[in-house]
Design a protein. Structure first.
Length: 234
């Protein structure tokens, strides 16, 4: 296998229930089934999970809650999602640990690079929760920061569409998908697949990003170096 260390960025919607809210355990089982490919191929995997199925800061209207507190609510929501994943993984005897930038006693361990590498060496799949641990940053930024810290070979982002488009494919039938993009072009075009800070981190540290549709079988194709979705690199 070409890649030895991978950060998989999943949105909260990847495990969401009706109306993109809450949990759909069938979707959680799909994630479990898909990630088994990493164990079979001796590839180190860490999942960065979002929280859109529980809470997003933009849900707050008219400054009902401060932006900082809203961001912390979102970060703590990622811990709920991490716990959900962990339970399903553990039931199937998958070795898994939650490492979080926001430490919650008896639930998570505090993230450090040293600890994460130790668990990787022992064959654990890691779930990175708590975002960056600081307000004003997205879980996309958290994924790229973790990729830089862990010296990952690639960031994979599973989405609801096939890749990165020049405009919203759900609103525009003539939207065109890019097979390859440079970081700078993604920034210049203000493409919304990841936020600006995430792209800047990727550009500075030359971390490739592949965006692909999250559905059964696609993860195996992606890590098998199949030209699926959109590749963003230098």
């Amino acid at each position: 296998m070409k890649y030895k260390k991978i950060i998989l960025k999943l949105s909260g919607e990847a495990i969401s229930g009706p109306d993109s809210f809450g949990f759909d355990f069938k979707r959680v089982r799909l994630i479990l089934d898909e990630i088994r490919i990493f164990q079979k191929n001796n590839c180190k995997l860490a999942i960065v999970i979002g929280a859109g199925n529980i809470f997003r800061g933009r849900m707050i209207k008219n400054n009902a809650i401060s932006k900082v507190d809203a961001d912390y609510m979102g970060m703590f929501s990622t811990i709920l999602n991490a716990l959900c994943l962990k339970n399903f993984f553990s039931k199937k005897k998958v070795k898994v640990k939650i490492l979080s930038e926001l430490y919650v006693d008896k639930i998570t361990e505090k993230f450090t690079v040293q600890k994460a590498n130790q668990y990787w060496q022992k064959g654990y799949i890691l779930i990175f929760a708590g975002g960056t641990g600081k307000p004003h940053f997205t879980t996309d930024t958290a994924a790229l920061l973790k990729a830089q810290q862990m010296k990952a070979d690639m960031v994979l982002k599973g989405t609801q569409v096939k890749g990165v488009y020049d405009r919203d494919p759900e609103k525009h039938k003539d939207a065109k998908m890019f097979k390859k993009l440079t970081y700078q072009k993604a920034l210049d075009k203000n493409l919304k697949i990841m936020d600006k800070t995430a792209f800047q981190i990727a550009q500075k540290h030359k971390i490739p990003i592949r965006v692909f549709k999250w559905q059964k079988g696609n993860l195996k194709k992606v890590i098998g170096d199949n030209n699926l979705g959109t590749l963003i690199q230098t």
